[in-house]
Design a protein around this ligand. Structure first.
Ligand SMILES: Nc1ncnc2c1ncn2[C@@H]1O[C@H](COP(=O)(O)OP(=O)(O)O)[C@@H](O)[C@H]1O
Ligand SMILES: [Mg+2]
Length: 189
């Protein structure tokens, strides 16, 4: 099967992918950024100096992967997943606390405006909302406990065909955004 793991930068996609790998060692973890880098699928840089990925070229690579890896368990990981046009068995959208996300992105040295863009994207659930064309099963998870539970459910699904018992309801970030707006912080949302 091919699953997707997406979410805002710093939300914990790679962290969750690692938990999936530890729980189900047969999974191959494929980061979209690595696929783009390996095949040099870039068309310049954005206003933050980040390389822009050629999405249609990336889509073709993913389609080829899907065709050649029919019998494998593959997890595609990346914030660009919603831009792809492909059918996945399920998608996990990794969500994060907004204040925590600010700290993580500051830790990565992201510029002020880039952090702001990412926090707004997380608050509005950009990745979740834009993933619905990828699969009928799009699950939102947040925090280590929910990640571990999702990995366990995925294992039971693969081994025994059990349905993945996670509510399809998106996580509401409005209370966190309101608290950021009201609180004293330099981002002034
Ligand atoms: N649930 C979590 N508990 C503790 N640390 C986490 C959790 N999720 C992510 N992190 C940490 O946050 C940082 C960003 O996570 P990462 O998986 O690299 O994000 P992404 O791949 O979405 O950009 C990493 O240092 C990771 O270890
Ligand atoms: Mg990552």
């Amino acid at each position: 099967m091919m699953i997707g793991i997406t979410g805002t930068a710093g939300a914990g996609k790679s962290f969750f992918a690692q938990i999936v790998k530890e729980t189900i060692p047969s999974f191959s973890i494929m980061e979209l950024n690595d696929i783009a880098a390996e095949h040099n699928l870039f068309s310049g840089t954005d206003k933050f100096g980040t390389r822009i990925v050629k999405v249609s070229a990336l889509n073709s690579k993913v389609k080829a992967l899907q065709k050649n890896g029919k019998d494998a368990n593959i997890a595609l990981v990346g914030h660009l997943l919603p831009e792809l046009k492909t059918d996945l068995d399920m998608v996990f959208v990794v969500r994060a606390n907004l204040e925590e996300l600010i700290k993580r992105l500051e830790g990565r040295g992201y510029q002020f405006e880039k952090i702001k863009d990412n926090i707004i994207a997380e608050a509005l659930d950009y990745c979740g909302v834009n993933s619905i064309h990828l699969s009928k099963d799009v699950f939102e998870i947040e925090g280590r406990a929910e990640m571990e539970n999702a990995a366990k459910l995925l294992k039971a699904h693969i081994e025994h065909g059990k349905p993945i018992d996670i509510k399809n309801k998106p996580i509401d970030k409005m209370p966190e955004l309101l608290s950021l707006i009201k609180g004293a912080n330099k981002y002034k949302f």
